[in-house]
Design a binder for this molecule. Structure first.
Ligand code: DLL
Length: 437
């Protein structure tokens, strides 16, 4: 089912017209209402009137996660607080999160984006949509929740965790659509096996999985073990959350809702647009956001754009699978983690040296997160019991800043390999799992 055929199947010419009108308006709002953008424009000698067409977009400044951090928490807001109805957040590069604010209209548009993806799985009244993304500051839970609500489906807000209960409810309540990270969905298949629950015991028909990269291997496994069609849903807090785009039933790229988010691909080194169809970093300009309009946001996600028409009839441009990132952000169990966060937490503790090494792997379909750190000479003891008092505060602080539980290994000072040049802090062993077809 196509939720909004007028928009999703609009001719390229009409879409460009709509995007141009919205771009001009967004640029004007940014200049008039957001001091951060006004400053940037003035520095560049740019006036809102200089932007008259989509091609003019390259004249605009980029926005990065660092700008969001510097403007924390509300510096990019274009409306006063009495028009904001929701705040979400995701991991930033240090202890401060990236903030997303929403007006009532922004929440409506966001639900529209998610609904367009869920409509691919014919979700509607009578469907039970189990939302096993985390509810909270993370956009996954409430984003999927509102999308299901817009389609008139039953919202089942299980949030993440408590896996046996998730499987029990899925069976007892007749869940037809599941929303969670692909890695959590894989974990649920294992819990199902342990509980003796098979796909024949379930009414599941479709899953909307995203928030982290996943492969065709994972897709096949989920489709087989759950008896579903596994649909990729993409998004980021800075643009709204899930539902910036999603796959159609042909699973050949992710349609981007370009009436709301104008995509570009740039070379992350030169910052110049790449040739059509070439790989590079995805950049979005929001076209309808009221609370926090964003110009040329560097997502750091690496992919390419596909403008060829899709068999499903949608004309909305597609992105290929996200192939990686042009920064060092890790996504561990669906949570965004930056090595710089670890670094800034470590610097709060005088007992530790600044050296650290992160190892990420996947065991039994679950991401593992091991962190090697060194105690300073005067605190180190080979007796593990004596180290315990040092581990707990570091562990608690890391959980609070990064939102994820590390396995901390304390090593004697001088053990972690020092580098002569750029320090290497991460070994992500999951990369060998990335086999896209
Ligand atoms: O992960 C929003 C979301 C929630 C999307 C639920 C889909 C489902 P953030 O926490 O801000 O927002 O993280 C955004 O996650 O820049 C990508 O690197 C990655 N990401 C999101 N969806 C996908 C996907 C949410 N389908 C960052 N495939 C993005 C690959 C994804 N990576």
């Amino acid at each position: 089912m196509i939720h909004n055929p007028t928009i999703e199947c609009m001719s390229r010419e009409d879409m460009r017209k709509l995007q141009t009108e919205r771009l001009i308006q967004t640029v004007k709002t940014c200049y008039e209402k957001v001091p951060f953008y006004r400053r940037k424009f003035d520095e560049m000698g740019l006036k809102p009137e200089d932007i008259q067409s989509l091609d003019d977009i390259t004249k605009l400044p980029f926005t990065t996660k660092y700008d969001l951090r510097d403007e924390y928490p509300f510096g990019l807001n274009a409306v006063p607080m009495d028009q904001i109805v929701r705040i979400h957040a995701s991991s930033g590069t240090t202890g401060k999160p990236v903030v997303g604010t929403y007006t009532a209209k922004d929440i409506e548009n966001w639900a529209e984006g998610v609904a367009r993806v869920m409509a691919v799985g014919d979700v509607g009244p009578g469907d039970v949509v189990q939302v096993s993304y985390g509810y909270g500051l993370f956009t996954g839970g409430l984003g999927a929740h509102d999308g299901a609500g817009l389609l008139g489906a039953v919202q089942l807000p299980t949030s993440s965790g408590n896996s046996e209960k998730q499987v029990m409810l899925m069976k007892d309540f007749g869940t037809t659509a599941l929303c969670c990270t692909p890695s959590y969905a894989l974990h649920l298949t294992e819990v199902m096996a342990k509980m003796g629950v098979t796909k024949d015991d379930l009414k599941l028909r479709v899953g909307f999985f995203g928030a982290e990269p996943w492969t065709w291997g994972i897709r096949r496994e989920l489709e087989e073990k759950m008896g579903i069609k596994a649909i990729d849903i993409y998004g980021l807090t800075e643009m709204s959350g899930p539902g910036v785009g999603g796959e159609c039933q042909y699973q050949d790229g992710t349609h981007i809702w370009e009436d709301m988010f104008y995509p570009e691909i740039i070379n992350p080194d030169t910052l110049e647009p790449v040739a059509p169809g070439e790989e590079g970093e995805l950049v979005f300009t929001s076209l309808t956001k009221e609370a926090m309009p964003i110009l040329r946001y560097r997502t750091r996600d690496l992919t390419h754009l596909i403008y060829e028409p899709c068999k499903c009839g949608r004309t909305a441009v597609r992105i290929g699978k996200i192939l990686g990132r042009s920064d060092d952000m890790l996504i561990i169990r669906g949570v965004n983690v930056f090595p710089s966060q670890i670094e800034s937490v470590l610097s709060e503790f005088t007992v530790y040296t600044p050296q650290y090494f992160i190892t990420v792997d996947r065991r039994d379909n679950e991401d593992t997160f091991d962190l090697d750190v060194e105690l300073r000479e005067e605190y180190f003891s080979p007796n593990p019991a004596k180290q315990m008092p040092f581990i707990k505060p570091l562990y608690d602080r890391l959980v609070s800043v990064c939102g994820i539980k590390p396995n901390i290994h304390i090593l004697p000072p001088g053990t972690i390999e020092r580098s002569n040049g750029k320090a290497k802090h991460v070994n992500d062993k999951r990369t060998h799992l990335i086999n896209w077809k």
